[in-house]
Design a protein around this ligand. Sequence first.
Ligand code: CP
Length: 314
Amino acid sequence: HRHLLGIEHLKPHEITAILDLADQYVDLNRRQVKHSDALAGLTQINMFFENSTRTQASFEIAGKRLGADVMNMAMQASSIKKGETLIDTALTLNAMHPDLLVVRHPHSGAVDLLAQKVNCAVLNAGDGTHEHPTQALLDALTIRRAKGRLHRLSIAICGDIAHSRVARSNIMLLGKMENRIRLIGPPTLMPAGIAEFGVEVFDDMREGLKDVDVVMMLRLQKERMDGGFIPSSREYYHRFGLDADKLSHAKEDAIVMHPGPMNRGVEIDGTLADDINRSVIQEQVEMGVAVRMAAMDLLARNLRARDRQEGVMV
Ligand code: CP
């Protein structure tokens, strides 16, 4: 592949290859590789048109640890504010010959469009409600390390499924790896026709969580509910917030996940989120760096192979 735009385009063996390489960047004691020259001589530009803490910081750290020259575009201070379009901005940056472009954008499909206009490798860091492939990959790595496998697990994804690119990418990835997926949430936050993806749908947490191995909570994305029904935080927490009582219906060794940023007391109880015996939320962040190192390393190998074929000096 030239780009990493979505899980949709990946085959199971390619997902496994990314996770296997990520395992080489973080050992079983969670010590991370901090110096490598895998991206030496390459230029990485991060363009975030939407807020981010985890994804932006970990892509920057990943690039620096692999020896790339990393530049973070301050989109708020860019000429986008003067009316320059996304494509013109991309073409302008493309003319500076970056090798890797990491892009987050509020509109679904914007990153795919941009990838068609540039010569470098593009990594989707989240586009609207469409895909967030590196999040699904880091979730997969976290699950595989905690459970020792990434197949035949029963996995519940809970909450605001309709607005979640994390849910979409995870449903595709976990489905490709032959897991049983249960979606739990209010019918108003469940996308129409979702059952066609081979998932089971529940609107009761206790019923849906019964005997699952993994509980993945999602943030209530109020910023994407423009004008639609917004549940009150109190009522939502009562029915769908994960607490010890609801979790007791899952398997005794079920792990608790959340991609972040989380709203404590809305979709998850704060004490449970901090319980290191159940919660792997911090480990997800750690795996985020390793997975992004692996994804960029693999794309850089493809870029170099392409350049060699074309006789470009590398
Ligand atoms: N999980 C995630 O994408 O977090 P950020 O929005 O902070 O990058």
